[in-house]
Design a protein around this ligand. Sequence first.
Ligand SMILES: Cc1ncc(COP(=O)(O)O)c(C=O)c1O
Ligand SMILES: [Zn+2]
Length: 418
Amino acid sequence: MANKDKIKVGSLYKMKDMFIIVAECSRCGEPFLSDEVLTVCTKCGGALLFRYDLAAVAEKVSKSALEKREDTFWKFVELLPLSSSESIVSLGEPYTPVLRFSGTALKNVYVKDDGRLPTGTFKARGVAVAVSKLRELGVKRVAVPSAGNAAAALAAYGAKAGMEVYAFMPKDVPESNLKECVYLGAKVYLVDGLINHAAEIVRRLRGKFGWFDFSTNKQPYRFEGYKAMAFEIAEQFSWDLPDYIFFPTGGGEGVIGLWKGFKELIELGWTRKLPRLIVVQSSGCAPLVKAYKKGASEVKETWKDAETIAPGLRVPHPYASYLILRAIKETKGMAVAVDDEEIVSSMKTFFKSGLYACPEAASTLAALNKLEKKDEGLFDPDEKILLYLTGDAMKYLYVMMIERNKISVLRKDAISLS
Ligand SMILES: Cc1ncc(COP(=O)(O)O)c(C=O)c1O
Ligand SMILES: [Zn+2]
């Protein structure tokens, strides 16, 4: 990037047409140049977060001007780390619908369904923005440790961007994710272990193979894509935000992105409150719930024998757990664990409403039901509750098998249903 395109801010530079001031370590505050290829803080390993000149953004765009733009998650482009909208790598990312949900006793419950995004999960959000920015920075080869859905999204966006994608997933990754990654052209490796083992392999080999380490929370780009959830929610709720948002959480980048997005909206003066973020985990792998209950500021021990039917929640030791716990604390949220049986039962409840929610997504309803049962009246009937549906059940054929031989096969000329 030519020097004339840079503007000096203090001892640092920012790109002329971007509103980012700096990338900052969320742990020790160390600043980093925002337009270099960034991973984690070189001093303490903390996660980096971009800081924007929000006063300048508010001067350039207004809420009403934004509302007139097309409903895609690139709408708030001033709040993304891209130098220009030409950097966007898109597979078509519409606003995802917010629907009222009547499957609980509470009257003000809504769902937002990200199962409609490319590759069927919310992971498309973080990946689309990160791939766009990395391509702009000249990165050509990326490696990702993943429970499945992030790798699938990266395979798709990487293919569109012309990047080489290396995907490292647990060897029991759902068949659908494996197929997506292979067919979309990623080089796939299965690991005899969990996502943390896959992450270790990427860390060990990234220098040797020249990969950008695309791991969750080990780069500032993915969070920026998840912020769009906050922006969409704000607009879809006419800028009067829900009181609670239930979010299925493994590595935690979704929750961190939501929290960052909501804080930026408040600083812009466009909204007033921070929704309470309810982090939902599976009781088979709940390191964040354990740390939250102890009042700890980070996850210290790796969760042993992690097992759940929701692979996206099987993250035994999330990187930058301190940020997720900070988001819970700052928003006066909480962390809740639910059993696999409760998840399956909630999937069935969603199905009855025509919502084809995956296990991770269904955990949100299980958590709401659990909290309501434990403490009836915890939620004021007038409070708005949003359950975030992070993915479609289409990829999770193993959760609810159908016995084909129990389904009638009719002759072509059938005149009755015998
Ligand atoms: C469908 C789905 N929901 C939720 C999650 C958890 O996301 P996060 O990494 O933000 O904790 C994942 C992670 O893979 C996922 O695939
Ligand atoms: Zn640091």
